[in-house]
Design a binder for this molecule. Structure first.
Ligand SMILES: NC(=O)c1ccc[n+]([C@@H]2O[C@H](COP(=O)([O-])OP(=O)(O)OC[C@H]3O[C@@H](n4cnc5c(N)ncnc54)[C@H](OP(=O)(O)O)[C@@H]3O)[C@@H](O)[C@H]2O)c1
Length: 290
């Protein structure tokens, strides 16, 4: 008989996320052990606690979830967690990184876009492309063969993101653009069929008049749920809502796909003890379910 499913939640914030705990239970986890304020130097002992208690054949029933609002901190925790597994003895557990919901949200945004557009070759503008969500959206789209403009108020910041994408995907079509002014936005949108806004909460990135200047646009997806929203005229609850010939999604409209992906990712952790789920793995799973 399979052992109880235990999810060990490592959260870089002082108070481990209630949201992540609830989703874990709803995804079929039996017990969630939550640790807050986790720093990289604490990870070794937590991983050892996970891998030394059950024998290798039962370790698929123990898994680690890495969360917290700081995605860079989460990435460091993941690196540490990997370092302290002992795969040569079969002593490892599966790990999912979803700090700040970045991996599941980015995967959801790209899957939602794929319902309406063939991603290969699609001309896209990713606004807020320098944040953890926007960077992942741009990278996942680049992997799908899209032609991606990465927007930032500072072009140099977008250039850095493009460099990091090119380092991972040799044939990526990515181009940094400045997107802070109306003139810049209108130039960035020229010829684009998809715009995804992944700007900070309460930051309006794309005013209505600038969007209206783009006659090629077919779909607009905004991930900011806190007013003012990121794309003016796209409502937070829009879900494949057609507005002036453009298929629109707001953050809540993308949210149920995100939740499905999040739950499926947790459930997948318990299929084997050798998975590391970061953006690409979460996206691959999302492709199979959403
Ligand atoms: N639905 C969900 O479950 C879910 C989960 C996670 C995140 N989200 C949402 O997804 C969005 C992206 O998340 P994130 O954590 O990647 O965002 P973030 O890091 O807070 O911000 C993303 C980018 O927005 C730009 N920005 C910041 N302040 C701005 C301002 N005042 N005006 C214009 N641009 C500004 C910055 O780019 P530049 O400085 O380079 O211009 C920044 O890199 C957020 O709205 C977040 O709330 C939703």
């Amino acid at each position: 008989m399979d052992k109880k499913k235990i999810l060990i939640q490592l959260d870089s914030d002082p108070q481990p996320s209630v949201f992540d705990r609830v989703v874990a239970i709803d995804a079929g986890t039996d017990e969630v052990f939550s640790y807050g304020g986790v720093r990289p130097e604490r990870v070794r002992d937590l991983v050892h606690g996970a891998i030394f208690t059950r024998g290798p054949k039962d370790l698929k029933s123990t898994a680690i979830f890495i969360g917290g609002s700081d995605v860079t901190a989460g990435e460091k925790l993941l690196e540490e967690a990997r370092r302290h597994m002992l795969p040569q003895f079969g002593l490892r557990v599966s790990v999912l990184l979803d700090a700040n919901g970045a991996n599941t949200t980015a995967a959801a945004a790209v899957r939602v876009a794929s319902r309406h557009l063939e991603l290969k070759g699609v001309p896209v503008l990713v606004l807020g492309g320098t944040g953890p969500v926007g960077q992942r959206v741009a990278r996942l789209l680049a992997r799908e063969g899209a032609d991606v403009r990465v927007g930032s108020r500072q072009r140099a910041r977008a250039e850095k993101v493009c460099e990091s994408i090119r380092a991972k995907i040799a044939d990526a079509h990515v181009e940094p653009v400045a997107s802070g002014t109306s003139a810049e936005l209108q130039a960035d949108l020229k010829g684009r069929t998809l715009v995804i806004a992944a700007g900070a909460a309460s930051a309006l990135l794309l005013p209505r008049a600038d969007r209206a200047s783009c006659t090629t646009l077919k779909s607009a997806i905004d991930l900011n749920a806190v007013p003012p929203l990121g794309i003016e005229g796209v409502e937070v609850t829009d879900k494949a809502k057609e507005r002036d010939g453009v298929i629109c999604y707001g953050a809540i409209g993308v949210g149920d796909t995100k939740m499905k992906i999040h739950k499926a990712a947790i459930a997948k952790l318990f299929e084997s003890n050798d998975q590391i789920m970061d953006a690409e793995e979460v996206y691959a799973l999302a492709t199979s379910i959403a």
